[in-house]
Design a protein around this ligand. Structure first.
Ligand SMILES: [Zn+2]
Length: 406
């Protein structure tokens, strides 16, 4: 039953994840099955959630069984499932608290997803002021404490109803642990965001505060991995618990990854600071004809290693062809489909101007979900910004700064 105490909520806001290289985590927090909407916010269950739901229900089942109340198996099962549902309801309540405060600041909430480690709310952009970040982050733990208080009242008034008082007592305890755990000051936990907001407010330096909070997150991650390993191998007072230890280490590893990613992100943003689109675009413009087949396009792509091409007809730009467009068609149909059929047509394209700040373009590409963006000046295409070209700039800058430090 210790398992449930180690649940965590990774809180809101991972809009920036898309540009940091390690996509696995971003996908992990991606959507799964939508189970409904609350206050206009879609609620999703990630496939990994089912595993933890079943484990939790089994844990509660044996918890009720241990009370020796002479309950039938199906009654025990019903209680296990219901308690597990109430637990996950508590998580949704916590995430909704973040979301409602975010909405109050006119920050759109994309979704709430429950997954193996807890819940995550995705908001469309990062808060623009320290006080907003502080309030959005702190709302989660506060809501969990309030919920714990509610369950505690039920526990107190349950009287001789042992089942009700046990259930309410567990949930009160779980919500307290949930709130306390999330207040640990390491990004991406709520406490890490609160911590970042405080440093941000004090220093007025967002990049610096992000780096510090991410560093704290890495320390927390390592500490949990170390603590988990110790618990699994040696234990406390001679009693080791392998499952708890492994679970703790696993959560630590997850936090470590997220913190590292956030660190890479703020470094990347720092490197792009002050740059314009003209500095990060590729001026060579690979072009292809619209009539060629996808099979030929795939071959061209393999040969050149380019993931985007401008499509031309009679020397006029007619669209943009990309790897994503290619993969929108099943491979067996590539020989009978033309580039024209799947390309992004000119009138649907988004453009960048050479003088636009690189960071604002990056945000724009993220918001509309584009991997490539043509750059236009004086009515003609002068270059293209791709994910690869951004990565190249980041790499070059990274090597430069490593060199400068030596
Ligand atoms: Zn939270």
């Amino acid at each position: 039953m210790e398992l449930r105490h180690r649940q965590e909520c990774l809180s809101y806001g991972n809009g920036r994840l898309r540009y940091t290289g390690d996509e696995a985590l971003g996908d992990m927090r991606g959507e799964g099955f939508q189970i409904g909407r609350i206050n206009g916010i879609p609620i999703y269950l990630h496939p990994s959630w089912f595993l933890i739901f079943a484990l939790m229900a089994a844990g509660f089942y044996s918890g009720f069984e241990a009370l020796n109340l002479n309950l039938t198996g199906s009654r025990l099962l019903g209680l296990g499932v219901m308690t597990s549902l109430l637990y996950f309801g508590s998580l949704v309540f916590h995430e909704l608290a973040h979301s409602i405060v975010a909405k109050h600041y006119k920050i759109p909430v994309v979704s709430i997803t429950l997954f193996v480690f807890g819940g995550v709310s995705r908001i469309a952009r990062d808060p623009s002021r320290a006080i907003e970040e502080f309030n959005i982050a702190v709302a989660g733990p506060i809501s969990s404490f309030l919920l714990a208080g509610g369950f505690w009242l039920v526990y107190k008034s349950a009287g001789s109803n042992v089942v009700l008082s046990t259930l309410a007592g567990w949930l009160a305890w779980i919500n307290i642990i949930l709130a306390a755990f999330n207040l640990i000051p390491g990004f991406p936990l709520d406490g890490g965001r609160v911590f970042r907001a405080i440093v941000w407010g004090a220093t007025k330096d967002y990049a610096k505060s992000s780096r510090i909070a991410a560093l704290a997150g890495q320390i927390v991650g390592y500490a949990m991995i170390g603590g988990g390993a110790l618990e699994a191998l040696i234990g406390y007072k001679g009693q080791s618990n392998a499952i708890n230890g492994i679970w703790l280490a696993f959560i630590g590893w997850f936090i470590l990854n997220a913190a590292r990613q956030s660190r890479a992100q703020s470094d990347a943003r720092g490197a792009l600071e002050g740059l314009r689109v003209a500095d990060i675009m590729t001026a060579e413009l690979p072009t292809i004809g619209r009539e060629i087949s996808l099979e030929d396009y795939a071959r061209e792509m393999m040969r050149t290693g380019r993931r985007a091409h401008l499509v031309v007809a009679h020397e006029q730009l007619v669209g943009l062809m990309t790897t994503e467009a290619l993969h929108s068609v099943p491979q067996e149909d590539w020989d009978v489909t033309s580039v024209q059929a799947v390309m992004l047509p000119k009138d649907k394209l988004h453009w960048a101007a050479p003088e636009e700040p690189a960071l604002s373009l990056l945000d724009r590409m993220r918001t509309i979900g584009m991997q490539q963006m043509p750059v236009i000046a004086g009515g003609s295409v002068v270059g293209i910004v791709t994910r690869d070209s951004i990565l190249r700039v980041l790499q070059a800058r990274n090597e430069l700064s490593t060199f400068a430090r030596q």
